[in-house]
Design a protein. Structure first.
Length: 206
């Protein structure tokens, strides 16, 4: 099998598993025990010098960063279905909210919970409150970021929100709650969650 995801169910790799299921491409999982520091072992660091999960190996190619993995899978294996074509104006919206997840949502949440003292004008993520308002606005008027059409941007953006809500880093209002319910209803999300749950059980984590 060509694709291998370096994975642990209590990591962002759980979201990459959802991206793989949406893309519908066969893959193997290589479990890395992040609770015992497996991500810092030479085999993992050789592929991801950050010593972190997720890491995707596709033949000779290595892709790290959860958002990049998802967008790569969409472009490579589900173009036109999960990612808008290069000349489709929707591509701008698709990229906008995909980048918003790691570059605004994640640091804004981290800043809030770690008490970082940063000047709003200098911080690329602005404030937590502005981030929440912008994110809610992106999904308040339509089921998905691109309107009626689900895309891999929802896996990246929605997966980030779901991850943060799950770890109680974001207190969801009705807009986020309804959006996450729509995402959870997707068969690929349910297949991924079933695999994550089975893996948690086999690792004795639940
Ligand atoms: N920027 C990375 C973050 C990856 C990350 O922080 N992964 C965590 C798990 S969710 C990890 O591997 N932590 C273990 C460590 O840093 O040692 C991405 O988006 O993929």
């Amino acid at each position: 099998m060509a694709l291998t995801l370096y994975y642990h169910p209590y990591s962002r790799a759980a979201g990459s598993l959802w991206a793989l299921e949406e893309a519908g491409v066969p893959y193997d999982l290589k479990v890395v025990d992040i609770m015992k520091g497996g991500q810092k072992q030479p085999e993992v660091v050789a592929k991801n010098p950050m010593g972190k999960l997720p890491t995707l190996v596709d033949g000779d190619l290595v892709v790290t960063e959860a958002a990049a993995i998802a967008l790569y899978l969409a472009d490579r294996y589900a173009a036109g279905r999960l990612s808008p074509a290069l000349d489709d104006p929707q591509r701008g919206t698709y990229l906008r909210w995909s980048f918003f997840a790691p570059s605004v949502i994640e640091p804004a949440v981290m800043a809030k919970h770690s008490g970082w003292q940063v000047k709003e004008v200098a911080a690329g993520w602005g404030t937590y409150e502005a981030m929440i308002a912008a994110a809610e606005g992106a999904i308040a008027k339509a089921p998905f970021l691109l309107g009626e059409q689900f895309s891999m941007a929802d896996v990246v953006f929605g997966g980030t929100l779901r991850f943060m809500i799950g770890f109680k880093q974001i207190e969801p209002g009705p807009v986020f709650t309804a959006y996450v319910e729509r995402l959870d209803a997707r068969p690929a999300a349910q297949r991924a969650e079933a695999k994550n749950a089975a893996m948690r059980k086999s690792l004795g984590l639940q």
